[in-house]
Design a protein. Structure first.
Length: 205
């Protein structure tokens, strides 16, 4: 067993030929297109299990790999990325959360899944106001078929689909004043608080 709860290379090219774990292991290390993680490092990819949150929660949280703890270490550790040829896609950093690339995009919403929706609201609100700008370089990473803009639009509406393919939306904190959704079954109307208002504690249908 590895001596860390971070995601280490296993059945891919990263495992040694004798099936032993690679050592030394540095979760902040990146060597673009020439290591065991594509456009990221172990910090970003350890959290990219949107389809099995309970499985990740069961991992020993020695290094914060559990959304059921009081904090998500991904956002709180140093933003230093090691490696002389580290991936430029690791950008828009808050701790090791990299908003500039897709694997991190669901992570701010994991606080809600851990019963702490006010932390999701705070983090999403901060990202909306500090990592998007109305100018030529207004995105913190590669647009990649519209994902950076899609995150902004959904989060501005106050919802986000944590697991692609699973039509369940996690509620956040609308940036827009009065976003409205209409389906065949019902109309959903959300009221966004002012920027200076506190977190939303109650949702009503």
């Amino acid at each position: 067993m590895p001596a860390t709860s971070m995601l280490k290379p296993d059945s891919c090219v990263g495992v040694n030929s004798d099936r032993s774990w690679k050592s030394p292991f540095n979760p902040r290390f990146s060597n673009h297109r020439n290591d065991d993680y594509v456009e990221g490092n172990s910090w970003q990819w350890s959290w990219f299990v949107p389809h099995d949150r309970s499985g990740v929660d069961g991992v020993v949280p020695a290094e914060g790999i559990s959304s059921s703890t009081n904090s998500i270490a991904l956002f709180e550790v140093s933003s230093v990325v090691d490696g002389e040829n580290s991936s430029a896609d690791i950008s828009g950093l808050i701790g090791q959360y990299a908003h500039g690339n897709e694997p991190s995009h669901h992570s701010a919403y994991l606080y809600s899944h851990a019963g702490q929706p006010w932390k999701t609201q705070h983090m999403v609100d901060s990202i909306l106001h500090t990592l998007y700008f109305n100018n030529a370089d207004g995105l913190s990473g590669n647009e990649d078929c519209g994902q950076m803009s899609a995150w902004f639009i959904l989060s501005s509406l106050g919802v986000y689909q944590v697991s692609p393919g699973n039509p369940v939306y996690t509620l956040g904190r609308p940036l827009l004043t009065k976003p409205q959704f209409t389906s065949k079954a019902e109309r959903i109307l959300l009221y966004g608080p002012s920027i200076t208002a506190g977190p939303i504690s109650t949702y009503r249908r």
